[in-house]
Design a protein around this ligand. Structure first.
Ligand code: ATP
Ligand code: MG
Length: 438
């Protein structure tokens, strides 16, 4: 393991106010207040990361991160509504009304003298040493994420050709790519995510090691990967993310059973269902409609669930029970890679198990099914399966007509799935749906 790393001397390029397009009018009031107050208290204060990158690209930033030379305790002394969070590395959260601005003290990344901070694959365990702004720039992931907007003179400080890479639409890791991926394998997912979100190319040296190192994601805690999966698939560029992840062999690290099902099938529909589901998610995000991780994971894991469902039915299990068991099996295997909190995995499994109940279109059963709190999501899922050619289109149509006939009002089309009340009451009051005697 080679952990020697020369301290890189950087010559920052300062781009004065009149030579870049960042205007204070596009920075949130809360972020500006934080920047000014830190400055007035005698500290350095910069906007950094995705906020600066997106402003320079003329996009609306998702959030604003501030970097400063003030320690978290010093930040706390400047703001009344400030909370220090994080055990491993302390960050300050400053609140203004509904907005929270994350304020981080300049950090030094890995230094050779801290060899004990790494695992033997080179992964950083700690990354909690304060440093200078230069250190802080060097430990960031991509050059386009290492630009600082200085509130003192409204200039942008560029430590690593980030401005040029922004203009060229290039994602370039700071430093030696393999080392940086080993330090934190999530950077590979971030490369795919930013390539998808920004439509950037991954610079060849940054791109080359990814397929070989993808397996390192196995060492990343499942809870962190859950957060990354949400960012990849719920920010409006799910289809592009999916394609990038598959291109680089990363998707299989996150969803091994799905990857196997997609790779091992000749028919088109598994792929089609995932793509249609992700397209649907992107469309909803673009329209400002809510999307839920439960539906997303239901889509991403359906293909292995369906195959297992068929197997179990082949062994003589009833469709409903087989579907429940298949869902449970696949979920359990999946949780070893990417955690899914119960508040999402429970409705996800309901979306799946309800699929077998759509077959019953006589008597009271359709009414009972339509009253289920997860009916609407399960019906949307059925439509997706039908579109992908995997479920019976006529059956899906029957349910569309059924709802139109029994619609409670004209707005039924757009009505969200009814929410279950009494979240705190401990046990669910309604009885668990029984295996309807199939
Ligand atoms: P967005 O918020 O649009 O998803 P972002 O670039 O702001 O993108 P964040 O996760 O908010 O991403 O991180 C903020 C900044 O922190 C990044 O721009 C980058 O400079 C740095 N950063 C985040 N994660 C890492 C990482 N794993 N390794 C190195 N630097 C990181
Ligand atoms: Mg951000």
């Amino acid at each position: 393991m080679d952990i020697t790393k020369e301290k890189i001397i950087v010559e920052p390029v300062v781009i004065p106010r009149d030579q870049h397009c960042i205007s204070r009018a596009n920075i949130s009031q809360a972020a500006l207040k934080v920047l000014y107050r830190l400055k007035d208290a005698g500290f350095q204060a910069h906007l950094v990361g995705g906020g600066v990158r997106d402003l320079l690209l003329g996009r609306e930033p998702k959030d604003f991160d501030v970097a400063t030379d003030a320690t978290p305790e010093e930040v706390k002394s400047v703001f009344r509504s400030c909370r220090l969070i994080g055990r491993r590395f302390r960050l300050a959260h400053v609140r203004f009304g509904r907005e929270i601005i994350e304020v981080a003290t300049f950090r030094a990344g890995h230094r050779p003298e801290h060899a004990d901070h790494q695992t033997d694959t080179g992964m950083l365990l700690r990354d909690n040493v304060y440093g200078t702004i230069e250190d802080d720039a060097l430990r960031r992931d991509f050059t386009v994420n290492a630009l600082y907007y200085n509130i003192r003179d409204f200039s942008v400080i560029d430590y690593a050709s980030g401005m040029q890479d922004l203009r060229d639409g290039l994602l370039r890791l700071m430093g030696e790519p393999e080392t940086r991926y080993r330090e934190d394998p999530v950077r590979m997912l971030r490369a795919a995510r930013f390539a998808a979100k920004l439509g950037f190319r991954i610079e060849p040296r940054t791109e080359a090691p990814i397929p070989d190192l993808a397996g390192l994601l196995a060492d990343v805690p499942a809870a962190r990967l859950f957060e990354e999966v949400l960012k990849l698939f719920m920010s409006g560029h799910a289809v592009a993310s999916f394609e990038k992840l598959r291109q680089y062999g990363l998707f299989g690290e996150l969803f091994p059973d799905t990857e196997q099902a997609l790779a091992g099938q000749e028919q088109d529909f598994p792929h089609t269902l995932v793509l249609k589901g992700l397209e649907n998610t992107d469309r909803r995000v673009a329209e400002g409609k809510p999307v839920t991780p439960a539906f997303l994971f239901a889509v991403l894991l359906w293909e292995p669930v369906r195959l297992r469902w068929l197997d179990l039915q082949g062994e003589g299990m009833s469709p409903y029970t087989a579907l429940q068991v298949a869902g449970g099996d696949i979920l359990e295997r999946q949780l070893a890679r990417v955690s899914i909190p119960r508040r999402f995995s429970t409705p996800m499994r309901e979306i799946w198990t309800l699929q077998s109940r759509f077959a019953h279109t006589r008597g009271k059963r359709p009414h009972r099914l339509a009253a289920h709190p997860r009916f609407r999501a399960a019906y949307d899922f059925l439509l997706l399966r039908a579109e992908a050619g995997e479920a019976d289109g006529a059956l899906a149509g029957w349910w569309t007509d059924f709802q139109a006939e029994h619609a409670p009002g004209p707005a039924a089309e757009e009505a969200p799935a009814p929410r279950r009340r009494r979240r705190r009451g401990g046990r669910r009051r309604r009885k668990p749906a029984r295996a309807e005697g199939e």
